[in-house]
Ligand binder design. Structure first.
Ligand code: MV4
Length: 449
């Protein structure tokens, strides 16, 4: 087993990893930028190393500084958390070269799944259902026109290097195709330095349902059921739940089996997520695979009673998994609490937290790094806490969430707490009848009106 793990991240996920390491008797090393000098992960780790100034590009993304921090502290593994270097093939490779275990995917795996056209082709080969469309990358506009006609409008143009919706265009008729083709390529080139495009049939009003998987070094994989992440705004998830209100036992069996097949086909090692689009007829299609621990992992932990960070560490150390799948025994909901003003188009609201009271009690989990007096720097992600409630039924989990949101006191900055409180009263949320389009129609009710 590892003796010392360096956590190449900040915020709540750094705290999350430190907690599990402590429980496993593993020493921890925090890294921090000068903006995070007073962060809790710095205080709670056994050692801490400053890796640069506030901008991520000069600290949390600076590979040489992180490797140097691991070497001077004698860390034998690096946990990258999510974001930053967690899906960086070059960093995974550099860790290998320095004989430091990267607790994440191999460079080859990251490359294969990072390129969306390659990922899709691989999944198709594995027998995982994929959205009909082009056979890989489209070489030119004439081919694009031909493929669109064969696929049938509406279609979705997607950047192979894409993610987060960048370089993606829905096209409803042939006369709009050329403009979409050109602007999507331009956007992709600017964002990723690559303008390879592929095409799919457009799935209208889909749900985003993902399956958590774990694979070991023997090539065995299992799934831990689904998370419904359909409540998103500009490709940012706001809340997630498990089980999905749209799920049936039969669909879970089919999607779980597809995800395990995907993981075993590529000999996936570690924790990963297979994302699917699910249409109104409950057809499901492979969308992307994430080769990291995800923000929303706690809801899965709550309903299957399983520490995913512990499992990542065990699998990275070569411990085999049992291979059995896990099914939800409870219902769990996560609300992402962001330092944003939901009344002002969710604009960032960094600054000092002048007063804080966190909710608690039975079935309430708060994963956070903030405290009263903490200053939220403007340089990073705006998520400051994850509020997770767990109960026997969905209705109870919603009631618990309402109670916990009402208890949540945070002063000095604006947060998304009022948004979540209104969401929990929305008829379409309560009925479970929501899709990825939900937020397009959502309007905050102003308490002043
Ligand atoms: C789609 C789609 C509809 N049809 N593909 C969005 C992120 C990107 N990685 C894939 N995305 C989508 N792909 C086809 N063929 C709709 C989306 C999509 C979406 C997916 C999941 C969650 C939120 C979304 C919001 C807008 C569009």
């Amino acid at each position: 087993m590892f003796k010392k793990i360096l956590i190449a991240n900040r915020g709540e996920i750094a705290m999350r990893v430190i907690r599990t390491c402590k429980e496993m008797g593993i020493k921890t090393v925090a890294v921090y930028s000068t903006a995070d000098r007073d962060s809790l992960h710095v205080r709670f780790a056994d050692e801490a190393v400053c890796i640069g100034p506030a901008p991520s590009s000069e600290s949390y993304l600076k590979m040489a500084n992180i490797i140097a921090a691991a070497e001077i502290t004698n860390a034998d593994a690096i946990h990258p958390g999510y974001g930053f270097l967690s899906e960086n093939a070059k960093f995974s490779k550099i860790c290998q070269e320095h004989e430091i275990k990267f607790i994440g995917a191999s460079p080859e795996m990251i490359e294969k799944m990072g390129d969306k056209a390659t990922a899709k082709a691989t999944m198709k080969e594995a027998g995982v259902p994929c959205v009909p469309g082009s056979d890989g990358i489209i070489p030119d506009f004439d081919t694009c026109k031909k493929v669109a006609k064969e696929t049938g409008y509406p279609v979705m143009l997607k950047a192979s290097a894409g993610g987060g919706g960048k370089g993606m265009r829905a096209v409803w008729k042939e006369e709009d195709l050329q403009a979409a083709w050109e602007s999507a390529r331009k956007e992709s080139k600017a964002a990723f330095g690559n303008d390879d495009m592929y095409m799919e049939k457009l799935i209208e009003e889909p749900r985003h349902i993902e399956i958590q998987i774990v694979g070991d070094s023997n090539g065995t994989a299992c799934h831990l059921s689904e998370r419904d992440c359909s409540v998103q705004r500009r490709h940012q998830k706001l809340t997630e739940e498990t089980p999905s209100p749209f799920m049936t036992d039969e669909l879970r069996e089919k999607m779980g089996e597809a995800a395990v097949k995907a993981a075993e086909y590529i000999k996936y090692e570690g924790a990963g997520t297979v994302e699917f689009l699910v249409d109104k007829h409950r057809n499901f299609y492979f969308m992307e695979m994430n080769t990291r621990i995800q923000v929303e992992h706690p809801i899965t932990e709550q309903v299957v009673d399983y520490d995913l960070i512990r499992e990542q560490i065990l699998v990275a150390a070569g411990v085999p998994i049992s291979g059995k799948n896990y099914y939800p025994q409870l219902h769990s909901i996560e609300c992402r609490i962001n330092a944003e003003d939901p009344y002002k188009d969710f604009r960032p609201s960094p600054g000092r937290i002048t007063n804080l009271h966190l909710p608690g009690g039975h079935g309430v989990r708060v994963d956070t790094h903030v405290y009263s007096g903490y200053i939220i720097p403007p340089n990073y992600d705006s998520m400051i806490a994850k509020l997770i409630t767990t109960a026997q039924t969905r209705e109870e989990a919603i009631n618990k969430m309402k109670r916990a949101l009402d208890e949540f006191v945070i002063e000095g900055i604006k947060t998304t707490v009022p948004f979540h409180r209104q969401l929990m009263d929305h008829p379409d949320y309560i009925s479970g009848n929501y899709t990825t389009k939900f937020m397009e129609d959502f309007k905050m009710e102003d308490p002043e009106d």
